[in-house]
Design a protein around this ligand. Structure first.
Ligand code: ATP
Ligand code: MG
Length: 445
């Protein structure tokens, strides 16, 4: 579909000259002779770009009318690209206005080639913004639908990858099968376990957690299965284990890779038979427990080393929920940051500056959501005023490595070939993305 440009200028010869120029480039032109006429037309018709004059009454040269018009366009159409046609004497005020983004200025008299380059740039930018907004609002609708249907335990997310994972988690939650949640440190595995529990058939039952990494191996079995008095040194009264405590509910085995081999054998047996005995007792006890395990370890590698039993592995991961690292779901970063900010600053209303947002998006978050939470907490304490600047976040300013072929191809595919959008995803300018693609011989796709 050819683009349509609205020219708002009271001088008919300017409008005509532009109309002819644009028609040579297959661009349709609509004309308005006054700000009000232009704004009315914007309400009625689909316009891709506005070229506007700065003065409309014969006796004014201040540019005030142009500023007011620009502000009104921005208010109603925040993403619509605008080119300000301005006399050279008013360049400075135009420069100020275009800082607002999706806008540029051209001095009168203009140079056709320069004007058309600006038009092409802004049209592409506008198209990619519209595409991005459409994508965002679809995603937001899907997320809202998921929230309506399921208890997501306050999980904050906006990325399509997270949404897919949550969809699967809620879908399998009702089946009575063991689930293994894998993912790097601090990515939110415990959150996912809680979501599975909250949407399961045993959601009203207990949710009992055992951190298999936190106890010395001698105590883990007693912790899991309980012990009779005298079963081991220091056991002077009988104690209930986590399996008993979790009967009719969910047992969350965190850091399962740290479970010693002897405990693994016993765990396998409970999972297979539903029964176990306390330490120091022969009495078999039966329980109904939904087991959810979590680990950030590479279990297949542990199996190869002989540190984890293969048969147990197949038992616990009938369903594996693989939680991506935060860097693999970048659209979650800012919503999470906002969430932690409002949770931490107790209504003092601190805001993230634009630079801070960019720095958050660019950082690779090796510590994932936990690192982000801590960074926001620290920054909101350190910020001198209401705005959190990039420096308050204290993230390493390491110039990030040039993206490789795969990263570029993936970004292009996600952006459906729109260079401006792919560049934004990669955190680089369009020009440097073009240069990089040329060097690697990547076609635009
Ligand atoms: N999507 C989310 N929305 C809100 N808070 C989150 C989200 N994901 C994680 N968190 C918070 O981030 C922190 C880390 O999450 P969690 O403890 O679930 O991670 P984990 O993967 O279990 O980490 P570890 O590997 O260290 O055990 C917690 O404070 C958790 O509440
Ligand atoms: Mg955890």
């Amino acid at each position: 579909m050819p683009a349509t440009i609205l020219v708002i200028d009271d001088n008919p010869s300017v409008a005509t000259a532009l109309e002819i120029l644009f028609s040579l480039h297959d661009i349709a032109t609509r004309r308005a002779a006054s700000p009000d006429e232009g704004l009315a037309l914007l309400e009625r018709e689909a316009i891709d770009l506005v070229v506007q004059d700065m003065n409309f009454s014969a006796d004014t040269t201040s540019g005030e009318e142009g500023r007011a018009l620009f502000a009104r366009i921005r208010q109603r159409h925040p993403d619509l690209p605008v080119i300000l046609l301005t006399a050279w004497t008013h360049l400075e005020s135009a420069v100020d206005l275009v800082r607002a983004g999706a806008a540029d200025y051209i001095g009168k008299p203009w140079d056709d080639r320069k004007l058309m380059a600006t038009v092409a740039n802004l049209l592409e930018l506008g198209a990619s913004r519209r595409e991005l907004n459409r994508h965002r609002s679809e995603q937001a609708q899907r997320n809202a639908a998921l929230h309506r249907r399921h208890d997501l335990r306050g999980m904050v997310f906006a990325d399509a990858a997270t949404e897919r994972l949550l969809g699967i988690a809620c879908q399998i939650a009702r089946a009575d099968v063991p689930v293994l949640v894998t993912g790097p440190n601090g990515s939110g595995k415990e959150r996912i376990a809680q979501i599975v529990q909250a949407n399961s058939m045993v959601k009203d039952g207990p949710f009992v957690t055992l951190d298999c990494g936190a106890l010395p191996s001698e105590l883990i079995e007693a912790e899991l299965f309980g012990a009779e008095a005298g079963a081991y040194t220091g056991a002077n009264k009988p104690r209930e284990g986590k399996f008993e405590a979790a009967d009719g509910g969910t047992l969350f085995l965190d850091e399962i890779a740290n479970l010693p081999l002897a405990g693994q054998v016993k765990l396998l047996r409970v999972l297979e038979t539903g029964s176990f005995a306390r330490l120091g007792s022969n009495r078999e006890r039966r329980v109904r427990v939904r087991v959810i395990s979590a680990t950030n370890a590479d279990l297949p590698a542990k199996i190869a080393e002989g540190a984890f039993r293969e048969d147990l592995y197949y038992r616990i991961n009938l369903i594996e929920l693989r939680l991506p690292s935060l860097a693999e779901r970048p659209d979650d970063i800012l919503p999470l940051a906002e969430h932690f900010l409002s949770a931490h600053d107790l209504g003092t209303g601190k805001r993230l500056s634009r630079d801070a947002r960019e720095a958050l998006r660019r950082h690779l978050w090796p510590g994932n959501v936990r690192e982000l939470k801590n960074a926001i907490r620290r920054a909101s304490l350190l910020a001198a005023d209401d705005t959190i600047a990039a420096a308050d976040l204290d993230l390493p300013a390491a110039p990030h490595a040039e993206p490789d072929r795969t990263q570029i191809e993936q970004a292009l595919a996600r952006a459906q070939g729109v260079i401006a959008q792919a560049a934004a995803q990669l955190g680089m300018s369009r020009q440097s993305l073009y240069r990089r693609m040329e060097r690697l011989g990547i076609a635009r796709g």
